[in-house]
Design a protein around this ligand. Structure first.
Ligand code: TA6
Length: 303
C-alpha cells in the first residue's frame, strides 16, 4: 500500500490553523482539522476518524493505547467505517470482519472551510481488490465536518448495472470516565438482537447501564442517544440520519483480555454507540442510486 506524500498534500490543501496533514502512527497519512470549536483527526487509511476534541473537553472518542497501525488490520478506536457488511461476512468468514473499507487506503476528495466549519471529504472506489472481495462497483464518500459538533456522513453510490445489498456502521468508540457510572438513554422500547445470546431478540427495558459484556444491535430505530458520563460530568449526544440500527457494545473483562489490540482494563473507559444499517435494516441500492448515513456527535459538560 503506497501512501501519498503528506508534504505535497500540505502544499495543495494545507490551511494555517484549519487543515494540516501529517504522518501518523504506522506511517498512515492523517488530516488534522481545527477551528474555534475544537479539533479532530482523520486517517486516510480506513477513512477513519481517529480523534475528536471540542474546546474545553477531554477527548470524546476512545482510542486504545494498544491499537495496531498495520496495513490489513483495523485501528482500535475512533470511528471505524464498517462497510459493505457489518460483522462477519454472511457467506465467507475468511473475509475481513466488518468489511474492507476500514482496512483500505482512501483518497482525499476535497477540503473546505468557513469561519465556523472545517471539512474534509474522502473517497473509496471499487478496484480489482474490492471486486475480488465483493463483486459490485461502488463509490463510497466520507464527509467529516467539524463545527460545534462533529458530523460524519457516509454515502454509498451504486456504480454498477445491478442492484446490491449492503450493511454498514459508523462504529463510534466513546471515551467515558467509568463505564459502570455511565448511562445510555434513547433506546428504551427498541427491539434488539443480542449477540451475546446467539442473536436472541428482546426489547430494551429502560436506559442501558453496562455491567457485563454488552453487544446488542437495536433495529428499526432512528432514536437519538445520550451517553451520560456521570463520573466525568459530561453528556455525549449521538444523533443520526439515514440509519435504522444502533449498536451498543462493550467487550467487558474476558473479551477485553482476549483482544490483542485492546488493554485489559480499557473496557472501563469506553462504550461503542454505533450508527448503522444492519441485520433487519440492510440497504438495497438500485444502479446509479445513492444512500447516505450520518452521525452528529455533540459533547456538553454538566453543571
Ligand atoms: O459492533 C460490535 C461488534 O460487532 C462486536 O461484536 C465486536 O466484534 C466489535 O464489533 C468489534 O469488532 P472488531 O472486528 O473491530 O474487533
Amino acid at each position: 500500500m503506497e501512501f501519498p506524500d503528506v508534504a505535497k498534500l500540505n502544499s495543495y490543501y494545507g490551511t494555517p490553523e484549519k487543515i494540516a496533514f501529517r504522518e501518523g502512527p504506522g506511517g498512515f497519512p492523517v488530516i488534522a482539522l481545527a477551528n474555534g470549536s475544537g479539533a479532530c483527526e482523520v486517517s486516510l487509511y480506513g477513512g477513519h476518524v481517529l480523534s475528536y476534541r471540542p474546546i474545553g473537553h477531554v477527548p470524546v472518542l476512545f482510542m486504545s493505547k494498544s491499537s495496531l497501525y498495520e496495513v490489513g488490520k483495523p485501528i482500535r478506536g475512533g470511528i471505524p467505517v464498517c462497510w459493505p457488511w457489518f460483522g462477519a461476512h454472511p457467506d465467507n468468514s475468511a473475509l475481513p470482519m466488518h468489511g474492507f473499507a476500514r482496512v483500505s487506503l482512501w483518497n482525499l476528495a476535497g477540503t473546505d472551510y468557513t469561519p465556523r466549519s472545517t471539512e474534509v471529504s474522502l473517497r473509496l472506489d471499487h478496484s480489482d481488490e474490492t471486486l475480488a472481495l465483493w463483486p459490485h462497483k461502488f463509490r463510497l464518500t466520507l464527509r467529516v465536518t467539524l463545527e460545534q459538533f462533529l458530523r460524519v456522513e457516509l454515502t454509498t453510490r451504486n456504480m454498477d448495472e445491478e442492484a446490491f445489498v449492503f450493511s454498514e456502521a459508523l462504529h463510534s468508540y466513546f471515551m467515558v470516565r467509568q463505564i459502570v457510572e455511565t448511562t445510555i438513554r434513547g433506546l428504551e422500547g427498541a427491539e434488539y438482537a443480542d449477540k451475546t445470546q446467539a442473536n436472541g431478540r428482546g426489547v430494551q427495558d429502560g436506559p442501558i447501564v453496562v455491567g457485563e459484556e454488552f453487544d446488542k444491535i437495536y433495529v428499526d430505530t432512528d432514536a437519538e442517544c445520550v451517553v451520560e458520563d456521570a463520573a466525568l460530568g459530561r453528556e455525549i449526544t449521538v444523533s443520526k440520519e439515514g440509519s435504522k440500527s444502533t449498536v451498543v457494545w462493550n467487550p467487558w473483562i474476558e473479551k477485553a483480555q482476549r483482544m490483542a489490540d485492546f488493554g485489559d482494563d480499557e473496557y472501563k473507559r469506553m462504550v461503542c454507540v454505533e450508527t448503522a444499517n444492519a441485520f433487519d435494516n440492510k440497504v438495497t441500492l438500485e444502479p446509479g442510486a445513492t444512500h447516505s448515513m450520518a452521525v452528529t456527535i455533540r459533547a456538553a459538560l454538566k453543571e
